[in-house]
Design a protein around this ligand. Structure first.
Ligand code: AP5
Length: 216
């Protein structure tokens, strides 16, 4: 299966993508994760992308397209993938189409997670991530484990640099200006599946399975 996850920042795309990709045995390809890893390693791409990511702006098209192009050609992505965070505007959506066509593939569904702005702000401001295993937590909804319990795994819990109040506000503006138009675009092409992302994590997971016809 080949899927795109779409939705505002903090809608729960990453949380649901990790679960579904594991279950389907396909790679979860998050452009945000790839960029954060490049920033952490201070690669040339990471150095160029850092200011955009920290400020909640879109990283230039050419950089992101190259990352996706390379990643989709890796062996583990031959039989399916879940793209999380790409495409993020119409320019990227138009670039994805010939790219997957060239690979002899097709997109099955675009899942749109619908969540209100105030809930998104609550989720992003409480989000914490583990530096070691990249697992995502929330101070209220899925609290990180006690540091003593994670000692063997050497977990290091931190707050993402773009989860500051200013950056969250900007990301929401960028989302509504750049990414929201993709909902109409994919609705017109018949690929859009809308899932309410506002309930608890397990409830959203069930709604997602139901929408994709993957019931346990
Ligand atoms: P990216 O990493 O893609 O960030 P995002 O789209 O803003 O999405 P998030 O990761 O913030 O949220 P999410 O929907 O995955 O939510 P999560 O599951 O973590 O991109 C970061 C940056 O990289 C961009 O701003 C841009 O600069 C750059 N970039 C990336 N892709 C790009 C592209 N294509 N082009 C250009 N630039 C690009 O959940 C959030 C929190 O809520 C967590 O704490 C979680 O535990 C909690 N939670 C999740 N679900 C629920 C629930 N149902 N109930 C309660 N809590 C929940």
């Amino acid at each position: 299966m080949r899927l795109v996850f779409l939705g505002p920042p903090g809608a729960g795309k990453g949380t649901q993508a990790t679960r579904l990709a594991n279950e389907l045995g396909i790679p979860h390809i998050s452009t945000g994760e790839i960029l954060r890893a490049a920033i952490a390693r201070s690669t040339p791409t990471g150095i160029e992308a850092k200011a955009y990511v920290d400020g909640g702006e879109l990283v230039p098209f050419a950089i992101v397209l190259r990352l996706v192009e390379d990643r989709l050609q890796e062996d583990d992505a031959r039989d399916g993938w879940l793209l999380d965070g790409f495409p993020r505007n119409l320019e990227q959506a138009h670039a994805l189409e010939p790219l997957i066509e060239k690979l002899g593939q097709n997109l099955d569904h675009v899942v749109f997670f619908e969540v209100a702005d105030d809930e998104v702000v609550r989720r992003l401001s409480g989000r914490r991530v583990c530096k070691t295993c990249s697992e995502t937590f929330h101070l209220e909804f899925s609290p990180p484990p006690d540091p003593q319990d994670c000692a063997p795994r050497q977990c290091e819990i931190f707050q993402r640099s773009d989860d500051s109040e200013d950056s969250i506000r900007n990301r929401l503006e960028v989302y509504s200006r750049e990414t929201d138009p993709l909902v109409g675009h994919y609705q017109e092409s018949g690929l859009l599946v809308t899932v309410s992302g506002s309930g608890p994590i397990d409830e959203v997971e069930s709604a997602l399975r139901e929408a994709l016809g993957h019931r346990r």
